[in-house]
Ligand binder design. Structure first.
Ligand code: KPL
Length: 311
């Protein structure tokens, strides 16, 4: 099976390192910048929950600065997009060039709207919904730290492929330790992940703390209230969510499982990168406005993170 990972941030690098262990996969990892260059020249080191080294003989590391390798075009059975929010349309255009005629794409990026952008570019019949709660960060170029075990959800979208089309990928994710799960309602799965991110990311980023600190009662209550605002918007959009008590339990479990992780928004702020606030809390505020629902906590978090961007 041929698999391509587009975008080599923390999550893309983690999936690359774990999938590289599966001998039945030919893996292409398309990165950029100093981390991408480091991987292409010297390979990728995995530390944390599991340790290992991926040599550039085992995996084809390509660089966006150079372009897609011509030999890879039209050969990929699955393409996994893992870039930041504003990269999705570009990465989807690369996926279109890489996929075989009956290949499939999935996007693990945080936030709302990615799957729809992939569907626009590739057609609904080729796109799965997908989410990941694995925690990862990059201590230095060429290294990824697996900071917390989570799960990977692959799900069905309206008009999209089903479980049998996802099964070969679910099987290799299982072998790689990525704890995959199939969801028959991919839209709800993406929302459930977004509800976690709107609750965790801006608060951990503003407080400058690892995820586990949000289990402190004062921070937990702020995070959970932010989550509930998002849940009201989702329910207004007729998304089927579990009870508030179950959402609270899921928030607690993800904070426990990723307690030593620096969430992606904290990493982005510390590294001077644009955050994903526009596809997380800001998307909740905008959808809330359309539905006539006030989301003051999300609005305040957007204002504060946006003010930090401007500094
Ligand atoms: O998705 C994440 C992120 O950091 O963006 C979580 C699951 C919250 C892990 O930190």
């Amino acid at each position: 099976m041929r698999v391509a990972i587009l975008g080599s941030g923390s999550l893309g690098s983690l999936y690359a390192a774990l999938l590289s262990r599966i001998k039945s996969i030919e893996l292409l990892v398309h990165g950029r910048g100093s981390h991408g260059a480091h991987m292409a020249a010297e390979g990728l080191r995995l530390v944390g929950e599991s340790e290992g080294f991926v040599s550039n003989g085992d995996v084809f590391f390509s660089l966006d600065e150079v372009g897609l390798p011509p030999v890879a075009r039209g050969t990929m059975d699955y393409v996994i997009l893992t870039g930041k929010a504003d990269q999705t349309p570009f990465l989807a255009s690369l996926a279109r060039q890489l996929l075989t005629a009956d290949g499939y794409a999935l996007c693990l990026s945080n936030g709302l709207g990615h799957a729809e952008k992939c569907q626009d570019s590739l057609g609904p019949h080729r796109v799965f919904a997908a989410t990941s709660t694995h925690g990862a960060w990059r201590p230095s170029a060429g290294t990824v730290h697996w900071a917390g075990r989570g799960e990977t959800v692959i799900g069905a979208l309206p008009g999209g492929p089903g479980q049998s089309e996802a099964q070969p990928l679910l099987d290799v994710f299982e072998q790689a330790g990525l704890s995959p799960r199939w969801s028959s309602d991919g839209v709800a799965s993406v929302w459930r992940k977004v509800l976690l991110n709107i609750a965790i990311n801006p608060i951990a980023a503003l407080a400058g703390v690892e995820n586990g600190e949000l289990l402190r009662p004062d921070l937990f209550s702020s995070a959970f209230s932010t989550m509930l605002e998002g849940a009201s918007v989702a329910r207004q959009e007729r998304v089927v969510l579990p009870s508030d008590a179950e959402l609270e339990e899921q928030l607690r479990q993800v904070l426990l499982a990723t307690s030593s992780n620096m969430c992606s928004m904290l990493q982005d702020l510390r590294n001077g990168r644009k955050t994903e606030i526009s596809v997380l809390n800001q998307a909740i505020v905008e959808r809330g406005e359309r539905a006539g629902l006030a989301t003051p906590l999300n609005q305040m978090l957007v204002a504060m993170i946006t003010a930090l961007h401007a500094q």
